[in-house]
Design a protein around this ligand. Structure first.
Ligand code: 6PG
Length: 263
């Protein structure tokens, strides 16, 4: 069993964003030294806004403090089966919150949205996205699982993450890298998602959860046995110290998690 996840709790969202920036840039540095690119996956929800706050803050002038966006490959940890300009699209959200705001001088990331020609069939949408991952991660070699440098996730009030929901059959998926879901309890119902083995295989996994609305679920996930079987709890259990939680004081009130890391 791997060690516990790291838990960082700051007093404000601005401080969470500052810490997240440092963490993402550390991950970027490690990734660039491994393979000269930075391959990440991001979810929807409130994450893109916090990520934008983190990454678009002024840098300190050193290379280590600059997002080198031209070396980034951005994939989606989950996506809704809607057109890219639809208000429910995670791509659309990331575009609005982050991509459109990156100054031209900072370079442009390569972004991998879903193939909108497949929106009518979520199985095909998932299969196509898996093909996209295969060509980006496998090259000519066949790999068992894609190895993301970093996966950035949110945590839902029921403990879901990506579009992996508590008690859903998808949590038992072991073959597919990307799977369809047609009965998401969080609207819209039709989505695709990275599967649990892909998430836990990543080099690093970061959860960003802020605000008093996350307090009860974070306590459950981080402090109770029941929470271990929730999707976020499963990621914690299976990926251990590769996981870091970026939270604020409102979200962690009353938590007695054993390892409050410092970064
Ligand atoms: O597309 C989605 O619905 C998300 O990827 C989902 O997993 C989200 O990250 C959580 O629901 C947390 O959302 P909030 O950060 O808005 O609470």
């Amino acid at each position: 069993m791997s060690k516990s996840p790291n838990l960082y709790s700051d007093s404000s969202v601005d401080e969470v964003a500052a810490r997240l920036r440092k963490y993402v840039l550390n991950c970027q540095k490690a990734a660039l030294s491994r393979h000269e690119k930075f391959q990440i996956a991001v979810s929807g929800g409130s994450l893109p806004a916090t990520l934008s706050k983190a990454l678009l803050a002024p840098d300190d002038g050193t290379l280590d403090d600059k997002p080198q966006f031209s070396k980034w490959e951005i994939f989606f940890a989950d996506e809704r089966a809607v057109p890219l300009d639809h208000e429910d699209s995670n791509y659309g959200l990331l575009k609005k919150d982050l991509l459109d705001k990156i100054p031209p001088t900072s370079g442009s990331p390569q972004v991998f949205p879903v193939n909108v020609k497949m929106l009518d069939n979520t199985q095909e949408l998932a299969d196509q996205y898996q093909e996209t991952l295969m060509s980006s991660f496998a090259g000519k070699d066949s790999v068992r699982l894609p190895l993301f440098d970093l996966i950035l996730l949110g945590c839902g009030p029921d403990g879901h993450t990506c579009s992996l929901f508590p008690g859903h059959d998808l949590l038992r998926e072991t073959d597919a890298w990307v799977a369809p879901i047609e009965d998401s309890p969080k609207p819209p119902q039709r989505r695709i998602t990275l599967t649990l083995p892909v998430v836990t295989h990543a080099f690093k996994i970061a959860f960003v959860a802020t605000g008093g609305g996350k307090k009860d679920i974070l306590k459950k996930i981080l402090d109770t046995d029941e929470g271990r079987s929730l999707p976020c709890g499963l990621v914690n259990e299976q990926a251990g110290e590769k996981v870091s939680w970026f939270t604020d004081a409102a979200a962690t009130e009353g938590i007695s998690h054993p390892r409050r890391g410092s970064l």
